[in-house]
Structures are given as C-alpha cells and as structure tokens.
Design a binder for this molecule. Structure first.
Ligand code: PMP
Length: 358
C-alpha cells in the first residue's frame, strides 16, 4: 500500500512502526495464541499493558504517584460530562475558558450538572485568537477548565497561568507535543486519536486529592473513584485501543519529548512561514503568540482556488487538509507522528500552486 501524507485532525497519522506492531498483534499477541482483539480484558497480559502504559504516562508527564492514570471510553466528549458530574456540585460553580468549539461544548455539557461561569471567551473574534486570561478567578470555583489546543481554529495556550483553583484541561490535541508542567493540573484528559493512538480510548489523569472531592452520587461507570478502584477495567476495556496507546507511548519515549517539541516547532514554523509570505493563502490566526503547533488553519482567496488546491494535493498523495466544516478553508494537523519531510512536501506543493495561480 502506498501511504498517503495524512494531515487529518483525528483519527490522525500514526507512525509506521506503531501500525506494524499493532498489525502484528492483531495476528497474534506475544505468543499467547490469541489476537490482541481476542485478549481478555481481565488477563495478566492486559494488566501488564495497562501497568506499563500508566507508568509511561507518568514518566513522560513528569508525575509522581500523587496522580492516578485512567483509560476510559467515550472519547473527549464523555470527559466533558464526567468532569462536571464528578467535581461540580450544587454548592460550587465550575469555571470555563471558552477558546473554541470544544471548549464551549465542554461548558455546555457541564451546564447539565451545575452552575457554569464562562470567565473568558474569544467567541466574538470567531476564535481566531485566545481570550485574555481572566484577571481574577473566584476561589469558590470547583475547578477551572480550559482546552490547551483548539483543534478547529489552530490556537494553543503555550503558557497557562496558575488559577488558585484546581485546573482541569482538555489536552486532546496537544498532549505530549511539548515540554509542559503537567503538575500545574489537578486533572487533564485527552481523546487518544491524535497524539496517543486510535479512536475509542481516552486518557484521564487525576491528582489523588481530587478524588476525595467527589461527593454526589455518580453511577460507577461515570465515577472516577470507581474507575480507579477497578484499574480501568470496570467494564470490557478497549484492549486494542489501550495497546495502541501503549505503542504510541513507547514511541514517544524513544523519540523524547524534547526532540518531539523541536520537530513540532520546526514543522509549524515551515508552514506558518509559507503562509505569512503567501499571496494566495492567509493564516486564520494572526496573533503569532497564539498560534498552534498542532493545527494550522488557513484560507485561499476564493472558493475556486480552495477547490483547486485540494485537487492538487490529492494528485500529490496528500490527504486530510480540509478545514473543519464550521470554518471552511484548510486545516493541516501536525501531530507528533507527522515527519518534517511531509510538511516540506506540502509547502513545496503550496509554492507550486502559488506560482501557477497568483
Ligand atoms: N476536545 C478536543 C480538543 C478535540 O479536538 C476533540 C475532537 N477533535 C474533542 C475534544 C472531542 O473528542 P471526541 O470526538 O473523542 O469526543
């Protein structure tokens, strides 16, 4: 099979070595005589997969045993529900920073379970920048939720101030993409299908003291305490998904976060450079300090040019560059598994397109 240059936002490109190992495990997992798809979730082998993956998450995030690591199902959106179900209450409001579609949806889901205060929003700017961080954060909040990378618009919090209340972050589209102080967070979570493996699994990392704050009744499947007690196998786990995430974590460790960050900066730099100097393409985010290293969004001058550019990319084996349906244009996702050479090819095609059309 000829592999495409895949810039999709998620499910996203995975490293070839991870795909090969995952494929081999579908045939047989570790001399068990079973496919990974047949491996019981209560087997010793799966317990080992869970243990190693949890250890790697802690190691890569620089966390000690004061944090619990969970593999859950329901993707990013189920965390939009579980966070307020577990941590909001009738006595404490939940604070949200609205920096994009997913951040807003998280706050809307939270409103089903308690009072929500949106402390900052860039909705009026159509999310083409980050909102200003709130000057004061009420210390009466159950938590403050933010989305570290806004996948649809291409903005990213490169530095997050401390809030004085528990910070909870959706890191679905930039987890492990750069060095970051993960100990700032009382909890963070990420749907796996970008930097962490295949769709269908979500990582949740929770500081243990937070688990004591769960006071209202929450059914076991949705209750972080119960999930911790059952070590991520309360129900039939996504064995293959968690295994693929373990392969991604091993790959991430081997490459090293410092190198990954350096490459991510290089890739984003190449693309933004091309956009800032283009006579056809315009980047969506003009405030350079707010630009995402993971998702780069831009438009062409006319819908006809956009159609023609997609067609030219397809002819050159490039896929996944169409913008989210809510903003249009283009979105190029540069997650950890995307090699610098793929971005060089894309930039080259952009320049060829420009030479033909400007
Ligand atoms: N949060 C962010 C930042 C996302 O980018 C996405 C999906 N792209 C989600 C949440 C939703 O994830 P899921 O589709 O797994 O519910």
């Amino acid at each position: 099979m000829e592999r495409k240059l895949n810039f999709n936002a998620g499910p996203a490109a995975l490293p070839g070595s991870v795909l090969q190992e995952a494929a081999a495990a579908v045939h047989e997992y570790k001399n068990t005589g079973l496919s990974i798809l047949e491996l019981p979730h209560r087997s010793k082998e799966f317990a080992d997969i869970v243990a190693e993956s949890k250890q790697l998450v802690k190691e890569l995030c620089g966390l000690d045993d004061s944090y619990e690591v969970l593999w859950l199902q329901g993707g990013g959106r189920l965390q939009f529900c579980m966070v307020p179900m577990n941590f909001a209450s009738e006595f404490l409001s939940a604070g949200y920073i609205d920096s994009g579609h997913w951040a807003e949806e998280a706050s809307e889901y939270a409103a089903y379970y308690g009072d929500v205060q949106v402390l900052a929003s860039s909705k009026e700017q159509k999310y083409n920048c980050l909102p200003a961080w709130p000057e004061t954060v009420s210390q009466q909040l159950a938590y403050l939720h933010l989305t570290t990378n806004n996948t649809i618009y291409g903005t990213q919090w490169h530095k997050v101030p401390n809030a004085g209340v528990p910070l909870i972050a959706d890191m679905s589209s930039d987890i492990l993409s750069m060095q970051r102080d993960y100990t700032q967070y009382a909890m963070f979570y990420a749907a796996a299908q970008k930097n962490l493996g295949a769709a269908g699994t979500a990582l949740a990392v929770i500081r243990k003291d937070m688990l004591k704050r769960i006071v209202r009744p929450v059914a076991p499947m949705l209750n972080y305490n119960e999930q911790v007690k059952q070590n991520s196998i309360l129900n039939t786990a996504n064995v293959f998904g968690v295994y693929t995430s373990l392969l991604m974590l091993r790959w991430t460790k081997e490459k090293g976060i410092v190198n990954i960050e350096q490459e991510n900066r290089q890739k984003a730099g190449m693309l933004y450079d091309a956009l800032d100097n283009s006579r056809i393409f315009t980047p969506y985010v003009m405030t350079k300090a707010h630009r995402s290293m993971m998702n780069v969004c831009f438009t062409a001058k006319t819908p006809e040019q956009e159609k023609a550019f997609v067609a030219m990319c397809e002819e050159n084996n490039i896929t996944g560059i169409k913008g989210h349906r809510s903003v249009g244009g283009f979105r190029v996702s540069l997650y950890n598994a995307i090699p610098v050479s793929s971005v060089a090819t894309l930039v080259d095609i952009m320049k060829q397109f420009e030479a033909l059309n400007a």
